[in-house]
Structures are given as C-alpha cells and as structure tokens.
Design a protein around this ligand. Structure first.
Ligand code: ZN
Length: 385
C-alpha cells in the first residue's frame, strides 16, 4: 500500500492529508493562508507537508489549487481568490521541500476523486460542477481528465447565460455563476428578505435578525425545515443549475454530473429542481438516455484525495516505477499525445511540437496516463432515470 500527500489550497486555508490507494485519509491538518502573500502561502503548504512527512512514508505529493494551472502542472497562471499570477508554484514548493510535487486545479482534483472513490465511481464520462463562491468544474472524458490545450478547460461558471445580466468578478456580465452558486443562493435569499421580510421570518430568525446574517447554512437549515422562502431559493438556483447542465450535456454528453460544493449539502432540495429543469431543457428529451445528476460524496476532502491520487498515479505510470497496483492506469490506450492537437502551426505561427515544448508535453503525457477503469456500463446506468 503506497501513500501520497494531497494538499487543497483555497483562498483562506490549506488542508493537507495523507491518502492511501483506496482514497482513505489517514491523517489530516489545516493551516490558514494569507491569501495576499504567495510566499507565505507557499511556506504554509511546505510546513503542512513537512509535518505529514515526519509521520508517514509517501511516494508522491500533489497540490490542488483554486485557479488556472498550466498544462505542465507547474505554474499557477491566474487565481481569482489568491495573489498568484504566473506563479511557478511547483518550483517554489519543491525548493522548500526538496521533493517533487505535482500541481493540479482543485476542481480537476475533486472530479478525479469523485470518479475514483466517490459519487461517480465507475463512470468514465463525468463532469463535476462544484457550487461555492463561484462554480468550479472538472471534466473526465473516457476516464481521463480533460485539460484542454492550455490546461484550463472546464470553467463553465463564466458561460454567459443572461445578456447584459449581473456583473461578474471576471469583468463580464450575465455569467452562469452569478445565478447558480453559493453566493447566488445567498444573494437571492437576502434580496427576498429585504423585499418581503414578512415572508422571510424563519430565514431572518436563523440569520440573527438582518438580511446580512442569512448565509448558505441558514438557507439550507430553513429549507430542511420546510420553510417556503428557503425552498423557493433552492428552486431558483436549482433551475439555473439544471438549465446549465443541459447546455453542458449538449456539448459533452456525460453519463454523470456530480454536484459538489457547499450548496450541494442541501442534497435533493437542490437536485430535484435541477433534475426537473435539466429534463425540460435537454435537447432530444425522450429520445436519449438522461445523465445521472448526483450529489458529491467526498465533501471537502475531495481536493485532498484527488490531488494525492493524481500525483501517485502519475508516478506509478512512469516507466521506471514498479507500481504495486496499476488499476488506475492500465486501461489507458489513447496513443495520441494530449498536446499534439492540430498538426499545423499554432496560433502564434509556431509548430506545436517545437523543442521548447518538450518539457510540458512530457509532463502532460505522464498526467494523461491516469485513467478511470471502465467498471460500469455508463449507458445502462444512464437509462435508469
Ligand atoms: Zn464571469
């Protein structure tokens, strides 16, 4: 049994854990991160990993970070909630640790974890949609993470769903995550309470009096009690969710959507309206199997588990490794390089396979070898709904 360390890096905290091959966390710790300081965040990551390394023998270390990670899994190109801009995160943490680390997008790590050990276990065509501050997402196609040409595929939160709609943190208007996220849920409830306080008595009570006290957990609790105002908020957010999933299904046709993030703790209060809207909006409804829409199972541990497992699987597939278990990699047969893409010149006029790309391609090729074994017939499952 080999162990790996996974680190989940968010805007306010670093959570690190030792993870075994079955996705179980053997030890876990947290550090708060000063989001404005990349150096101190990197030190907090290194300190957490060092502490775990003192207690466990591990073969690999993976970091899952909230932001755009480049294709080589080394540089944070951009992070909305952290001060990282073109930050060589891999190199900086390796310098502190004296060990190799792998950097992943946190939602990619979570999607991988849910497909390997959680709600989407056995499915090979999966999309994770995590509703938090915004929308995080990860895509698996044929059991492999789909990263796109530059490593930043899977950011559907910024698909424009309302022309000239609400202003988004990205600078555009009408993005999906302005209507369908933890923040959107809270905004909806607060606005309702301001407009119609007599209809929001329970929400205001649980929130401590004023609309500003209404939080995600407050809305979930009120909805669980059957409060009509809170249920209406979930209907609204769930409706936007289902419509968006139908749009994504038009492109990806996955067997399974996994809904994660804090909002998903409401379970069917969110998913029932989402499924109804999905079925209404899906093109070709009645003539195609419906994708499963499931709630995430691994909760806030998904990032840790996925980052650790992806780092370990990447090591196991390296030619010099004699891995005890090849289950996660043996099914991959896709011979094409993930970066080969078009064979002509790239947008900048250079050829994709130029020597300057040798390193990223090598690293990405290693990452590509990680694949979910095909243990479930997705079509059979998809038709049960
Ligand atoms: Zn946006």
């Amino acid at each position: 049994m080999t162990l790996a360390i996974g680190v989940d890096i968010g805007g306010t905290k670093v959570a690190a854990g030792v993870v075994d091959e079955d996705g179980r966390i053997l030890a876990k710790l947290r550090r708060s991160t000063p989001a404005a300081s990349p150096r101190r965040t990197e030190q907090a990551i290194a300190d957490a990993v060092t502490e775990l390394l003192g207690q466990h023998q591990v073969t690999a270390i993976g970091l899952g970070a909230a932001g755009f990670v480049d294709r080589a899994r080394a540089t944070m190109l951009f992070a909305p909630n952290l001060a990282w801009r073109d930050e060589p995160l891999k190199q900086r943490v390796e310098e502190r640790l004296g060990r190799e680390v792998v950097v992943e997008n946190d939602a990619n790590a979570s999607a991988w974890a849910e497909a390997r050990f959680g709600a989407a276990r056995g499915y090979r065509d999966v999309m994770l949609v995590a509703l938090g501050t915004g929308i995080g997402a990860g895509i698996l196609i044929g059991g492999e993470l789909y990263r796109g040409r530059w490593g930043i595929a899977g950011e559907p939160g910024h698909i424009r769903v309302v022309p000239d709609g609400r202003l988004c943190g990205c600078g555009n208007r009408g993005c999906w995550e302005q209507y369908c996220s933890g923040n959107a849920l809270v905004a909806e409830a607060r606005e309702f309470a301001r407009r119609t306080p007599e209809g929001a008595i329970r929400l205001l009570q649980l929130g401590g009096g004023g609309p500003e006290g209404i939080s995600g957990p407050v809305i979930t609790q009120a909805a669980t009690e059957g409060d009509p105002a809170a249920l209406r908020c979930f209907q609204t957010i769930g409706g936007w969710l289902g419509q968006g999933l139908a749009d994504l299904a038009a492109i990806l046709d996955p067997a399974c959507f996994v809904i994660g993030g804090g909002v998903s703790e409401a379970g069917d209060l969110l998913l029932d309206p989402a499924r109804a809207a999905f079925e209404r909006a899906l093109t070709g409804r009645g003539h195609r199997p419906l994708a499963e829409i499931k709630v995430a199972q691994l909760g806030e541990d998904a990032g840790i588990v996925g980052a650790a497992d992806l780092a370990r699987v990447g090591r196991q597939t390296a030619p010099s490794q004699t891995a005890p278990s090849q289950t996660a990699s043996s099914q991959t047969t896709a011979p094409s390089s993930p970066s080969s893409g078009p064979s002509g010149p790239g947008p900048d006029g250079s050829f994709i396979r130029s020597t300057s790309m040798a390193n990223p391609v090598t690293n990405a090729a290693t990452a590509k070898k990680a694949a979910i074994p095909d243990t479930v017939q997705p079509a059979a499952v998809a038709t049960t709904r």
